[in-house]
Structure formats: structure tokens, C-alpha cells
Design a protein around this ligand. Structure first.
Ligand code: PEP
Length: 247
């Protein structure tokens, strides 16, 4: 039985002040599993306004992305310090929707350093495209991403708080890795992390996690939690997923 210690919600580019207010007010009235951390990554505009509401609901806030630099001529970007100042405790790095817009492994390493500098914990996403899986190269693809991440300087690596395995073909598609396939990849990641003294790092699965499939995924030995995208926008569903983690 896996021990689902961390459940995260990625709202992507969804949500308004009114939505966040209603979400956290309702969340505060629900009974959530103990000994489980819940992180919500809302759009950055909601970090400040949602700070108190999220805390009252027992949730921690994170930024969906940060820049690697502390400041500079980077129009439209936000630094780790800026998101930390308005309430982020975590940063989501290397999400495939950011990588698809050009972010590289090098950018992710720089962002990890920025997270460390600003005192943020980082959740780093890894995952293979369908072509790599079909070619039998899923593990080598994901292990190469992990190796690039682990090549970060020690001070940066200190910010690494969780790794999320998110196969690209399962994100927002309704397709989910089978629990066995997800477990196999998580085992492989665990071994690679263990070899670097990071075997205790929470390993999350992400990719069309829903109330219906959460239990089967979260009961796998090396799946320590879930990163939930679309389904997390429905509080009842997110609650059911969090509960499935302990049932
Ligand atoms: C995500 O955005 O990280 C994600 C896993 O999305 P979804 O759950 O919608 O597939």
C-alpha cells in the first residue's frame, strides 16, 4: 500500500477571485485526511488574495512557474522572490505545458536554484511523450530528465520537495497510465533518486487523475501522491481524490 502523503491541485489558467474565495471557504468546512499535505497551484494573481483562505482550509499555495533570475528584463515573468512575497510556499517546475512553450532542462535547473534562493519548495514534473513510450524509451527519456535535474548544484537540490511523473499523453486527455505502468516508472525513479540519497522524496503521479482512478493509482507502493489538473477545479472531486489516498 502506498502512503499518499501529498496531494496537489494545478488550476492551470482557470479561476477568479470569486472562484478561489468559494473554493477555500467550502474546503475549510470539509474533513480532510490527517498526515497529508495539500498544495494548490492557482494562477499567480490569486496567490495573495487566497493566502488566508487557503491557510484556513489547511492548504498550502504554490506558484505554477517562476523565472530562474531574481529580477531583470523578463517581461511577463515572475521571480521566486515575488511569488514567495505574496504567499507561495511551493513552485511547480518543468510542467509539460511550460516545456512545450520552450522551457528546457537547463531552465528548470535555474528555476530550482531560484526556488532555493527564495526559500520555496519545488515540485518538478517529468514525463515522456507518446512517441518515446511507443518506441520503448519511456524510462530512458524520463531518467534523462531526472539526471539533468540532479546535476543541479547541491544548494539548488536542497529546494527539491517532490517529483511528479506526468506522462505527456495522459495530461488533460482523459488517458491515464495504468496503475502498474505508473508504478513501474515510479519504481525506476525511486531507485535513481535513492542512488543520490533522495529516496525519501515524495513521488507523485499526474495525468488525468480522477475520483474513479485515484484509489488504484495511490495504492501503488511507490506512488506517494497525486498532481491533479482539470479534476482539481471541482472541490468535491479533489476532496474525493484526497480521501482515496487514505482509504
Ligand atoms: C497537470 O496539469 O499537471 C495535470 C496532471 O492535468 P490533468 O489532471 O488535467 O491531466
Amino acid at each position: 500500500m502506498g502512503c499518499a502523503v501529498l496531494i496537489a491541485a494545478n488550476w492551470k489558467m482557470h479561476g477568479s477571485l470569486a472562484f478561489a474565495d468559494a473554493y477555500f471557504t467550502s474546503a475549510a468546512a470539509l474533513r480532510w485526511p490527517e498526515a497529508q499535505q495539500r498544495i494548490v497551484f492557482p494562477p499567480a494573481t490569486l496567490l495573495g488574495p487566497a493566502r488566508a483562505g487557503a491557510a484556513a482550509a489547511g492548504m498550502v499555495l504554490g506558484a505554477q512557474s517562476i523565472h530562474g533570475a531574481a529580477e531583470g528584463a523578463f517581461t511577463g515573468s515572475l521571480s521566486a522572490e515575488q511569488v514567495a512575497e505574496v504567499g507561495a510556499a511551493w513552485a511547480l517546475l518543468g510542467h509539460s505545458e511550460r516545456r512545450a512553450q520552450g522551457e528546457t532542462d537547463e531552465d528548470v535547473v535555474a528555476q530550482l536554484g531560484a526556488a532555493a534562493r527564495a526559500g520555496l519548495r519545488a515540485m518538478v514534473c517529468l514525463g515522456e511523450p507518446l512517441a518515446a513510450r511507443n518506441a520503448g524509451q519511456a524510462e530512458s527519456f524520463v531518467l534523462a530528465q531526472l539526471a539533468a535535474l540532479l546535476a543541479a548544484p547541491g544548494a539548488a537540490l536542497g529546494a527539491l520537495g517532490a517529483v511528479a511523473y506526468e506522462p505527456l499523453w495522459a495530461i488533460g486527455t482523459g488517458e491515464t497510465a495504468t496503475p502498474e505502468a505508473a508504478q513501474a516508472m515510479h519504481r525506476c525513479l525511486r531507485e535513481a533518486l535513492h542512488a543520490q540519497g533522495l529516496g525519501a522524496l515524495p513521488l507523485l503521479y499526474g495525468g488525468s487523475v480522477k475520483a474513479e482512478n485515484a484509489r488504484a493509482l495511490l495504492s501503488q507502493n511507490d506512488i506517494d501522491g497525486a498532481l491533479v489538473g482539470g479534476a482539481s477545479l471541482n472541490l468535491e472531486t479533489f476532496h474525493a481524490i484526497a480521501r482515496a489516498a487514505i482509504e
